[in-house]
Design a protein around this ligand. Structure first.
Ligand code: ASP
Length: 382
């Protein structure tokens, strides 16, 4: 009895004397949070100044990702993606209000590992709706980096406007020391606000580089310089608030494509099968039995298949399933009837699209046709 009273007394004393104080890291996170809240009311979208008629109007569509991630520590890696709302992201870059009139909209709040076809469709429809308005000059989409390349290519093929659309993300969460999100977001707004960005297809602005949505891939698991276009390099750079272009993509995009998702509510099921030595060929049967309409093979080398997988693929194409040979190799093209006999297998090739981008194009192609020859044409065109 005496012992427990002493313990309770000690606990009270400890609280009063501040023994149970928050750690310096927690204090810093709380301070940052307060700062963010203060700036939100001063410069965030909710209370932003009157529209400046001399500035372009840019809408920011937020989907989550590390750029909106928050963690308990500013120096450790652990965090949860998609925690902070768009207002908080914008309040971290008050300078952007001098570049454009900004409006924010939350479309989703997910880590992009959880990205779905339905969010893609929602995004494409919203971007198209916004860009039809004379009041909107461009769109920036904040997105997790894991699948940013796929979303960028999906939009590159389905946005029906020449106005700039720029995807952006971050490798460090918003609460991390030296977070890259605010600078990347500012740069993306600069790119979207710049008239010279029009007609270049959907873009990705990361780490001061600007990429084509078709070409860009995440190439490093943790580095802030993770985005690269291994086959073509960046289209340009954004630095010191200025945009400089060096290349343009020749593949058809946005207004030049035949893909219109305005009436589409579901995309065809397409799966990816990874190539490696001595694989289990019955994986092809699993996909076929699960109702897949298309298979992309991330083949070895020039998109080559293991012999027993080839046999299964031949059976699948005979059933009308469209099979695209891509490569697990990070760069280069997969060539038609190279080492693998596409004519005999009924397969087509991804050209220089990586497996996940080939999946995007195959999904959209299957909305139009399931004829392999026609779809092969799309893979050489888009
Ligand atoms: N897993 C996170 C995401 O893709 C990673 C990031 O955003 O960098 O949402």
């Amino acid at each position: 009895m005496l012992r427990s009273s002493v313990f309770v007394y000690g606990l009270l004393l400890a609280c009063m004397t501040g023994i149970f104080q928050i750690t310096p890291m927690e204090a810093q996170a709380q301070k940052k949070k307060k700062q963010r809240a203060a700036t939100t009311s001063a410069a965030g979208v909710a209370t932003r100044p009157e529209k400046n008629k001399n500035l372009p109007n840019i809408v920011i569509l937020a989907t989550g990702g590390t750029i909106a991630g928050a963690g308990a520590s500013s120096v450790a890696a652990g965090y949860t993606a998609g925690k902070l709302p768009i207002e908080d992201l914008l309040s971290a870059v008050p300078e952007a209000n001098k570049v454009a009139n900004l409006e924010g909209e939350q479309v989703a709040s997910v880590g992009s590992q959880a990205m779905t076809d339905s969010v893609w469709l929602k995004l494409a429809k919203r971007v198209n709706e916004l860009l039809q308005s004379a009041e909107v000059d461009g769109v920036v989409i904040t997105h997790g980096t894991d699948t940013q390349g796929e979303t960028a290519f999906f939009l590159d093929l389905t946005v029906k406007s020449d106005k700039p659309v720029v995807l952006v993300g971050a490798m460090r969460s918003a609460t991390a020391i030296s977070a890259d999100g605010p600078k990347n977001l500012y740069d993306a707004i600069v790119v979207a606000a710049n008239k010279s960005s029009a007609g270049r297809g959907v873009l990705v602005a990361m780490n001061e580089e600007i990429f084509s949505g078709r070409e860009v891939n995440k190439m490093n698991t943790t580095s802030t310089a993770t985005f690269q276009a291994p086959n073509t390099g960046p289209l340009g750079y954004v630095f010191d608030g200025k945009v400089a272009w060096y290349h343009a993509t020749l593949r058809k995009h946005t207004t030049q494509t035949i893909f219109d998702v305005s009436q589409v509510n579901e995309l065809p099921k397409v799966d990816i099968l990874y190539g490696y030595s001595n694989p289990d060929p019955t994986l092809v049967d699993c996909l076929v039995n699960n109702g897949t309409k298309g298979i992309v093979i991330a083949g070895v080398g020039n998109g080559n298949l293991y012999p027993t997988v080839e046999t299964k693929v031949k059976q699948a194409t005979a059933k009308g399933i469209v099979v695209v040979r891509a490569a697990r190799v990070a760069s280069g093209r997969v060539t038609l009837n190279g080492e693998t006999n596409d004519k005999a297998l009924g397969t087509i090739v991804s050209d220089d699209l990586n497996p996940e981008k080939a999946r995007v194009l195959l999904q959209l192609s299957l909305l139009k046709t399931s004829d392999p020859a026609t779809i092969q044409g799309y893979f050489f065109e888009y």
